[in-house]
Design a protein around this ligand. Structure first.
Ligand SMILES: Nc1ncnc2c1ncn2[C@@H]1O[C@H](COP(=O)(O)OP(=O)(O)OP(=O)(O)O)[C@@H](O)[C@H]1O
Ligand SMILES: O=C(O)c1ccc[n+]([C@@H]2O[C@H](COP(=O)([O-])O)[C@@H](O)[C@H]2O)c1
Length: 198
């Protein structure tokens, strides 16, 4: 399957995967902060057909989450895509393999919140992902210490660059990652679903 993708040649592109159930202001704020600190041209929001580690019963249809993500993103340099649905995967390693092959001249960086670093060692082929693209983890309220002490952070501790080098991350040879402080939002989709945030 050949997915419909935005232009990418020669660009520095952040990839931000999520369930977006629902999308919220912290998704957008993190994206804009990463764009600035990593000197990215674009960030693609990859709306997941369903996180393989989550119970996805009750997950709203992808089309609904895509439309909501587009409304929240509302920025000329944020592109919302259903590429995982198009290529038929839920696993990030497959998505990255596909995108690197389809877009050989793009400089991709995978962006996640700190909670993802904490559980990264549970992802399929997670150590391979570290060798495929540079990674950027964004601080998240309540998650910093657990994330930085996680199995993935420990295993790749020598590939961590100081935050001051974030602007060079997209051009670095993997494994390379940064942890970006500066935002400690506690906003989450689950809090919104529970009616205790919006
Ligand atoms: N407040 C936040 N600070 C930092 N990163 C965040 C924040 N909210 C979401 N993210 C990141 O956004 C990405 C997509 O997350 P997701 O769509 O699951 O939102 P969520 O708020 O974490 O959802 P849920 O509460 O259902 O787990 C993940 O990398 C997640 O770490
Ligand atoms: O590839 C995996 O094994 C894997 C396991 C868990 C989560 N992910 C991805 O992590 C991203 C964040 O998921 P979520 O549900 O926390 O928003 C999203 O792109 C998921 O597809 C990927």
């Amino acid at each position: 399957m050949i997915a419909r993708l935005p232009p990418s040649a020669g660009l520095r592109i952040g990839l931000f995967g999520g369930s977006f159930n629902p999308p919220h202001a912290a998704h957008r704020a993190i994206t804009l902060l990463a764009m600035k600190r990593l000197h990215l041209d674009f960030v693609w929001w990859i709306v997941s057909p369903g996180n393989p580690l989550k119970d996805t019963r009750g997950l709203p249809p992808l089309a609904e989450r895509l439309a909501a993500a587009r409304r929240v993103a509302n920025h000329p340099r944020i592109v919302v895509t259903d590429v995982e649905q198009q290529i038929g995967t839920r696993y990030t390693v497959d998505t990255l393999r596909y995108l690197r092959e389809r877009c050989p001249r793009a400089r991709f960086v995978w962006i996640s919140g700190a909670d993802v670093l904490e559980e990264f060692h549970r992802w399929r082929a997670w150590d391979e992902i570290f060798e495929m693209v540079p990674l950027c983890f964004m601080d998240r309220g309540g998650e910093t210490l657990d994330a930085l002490g996680s199995p993935a952070a420990q295993r790749f501790s020598r590939a961590r660059w100081p935050e001051e080098r974030a602007a060079q991350l997209a051009g670095m040879k993997p494994p390379a990652w940064v942890f970006v402080h500066g935002m400690k939002s506690t906003l989450s989709s689950s809090a919104i679903r529970a009616g205790i945030a919006k």
